[in-house]
Design a protein around this ligand. Structure first.
Ligand SMILES: [Zn+2]
Length: 101
């Protein structure tokens, strides 16, 4: 994970998401839908998530630049809020009860 505090960025992303998106992300978490997940030395989280389409969605969160992408169709509509795939991929690091504190 390096010396940079990624958990802070991840918690900020989680807090940006509305409850309904958090709930759906937690559902995905329990369904084991993360197909791959890694963080580069530059602090970019890259993941593949099995969504509703046959091909997994590609999620990228740059934790230093604070930019994020997802190949799902919803991401383009949301713009300022994270999609459920983006919330999902931070859950292994911050835990599913992160919003309750
Ligand atoms: Zn997405």
């Amino acid at each position: 994970m390096g010396h940079y505090d990624y958990s802070k960025v991840m918690r900020a992303l989680y807090k940006q998401a509305p409850d309904r998106i958090r709930m759906r992300a937690k559902g995905y978490f329990s369904e084991d839908r993360i197909k791959s997940l890694n963080i580069t030395g530059e602090g970019v989280l890259k993941a593949r998530v099995q969504g509703t389409a046959p091909e997994p969605y590609y999620v990228e969160i740059d934790m230093k630049e604070r930019t994020r992408k997802c190949s799902c169709p919803a991401h383009h509509n949301y713009r300022d809020i994270p999609c459920k795939h983006q919330v999902l991929v931070v859950l292994p690091f911050i835990g599913t009860d992160a919003g309750r504190r």
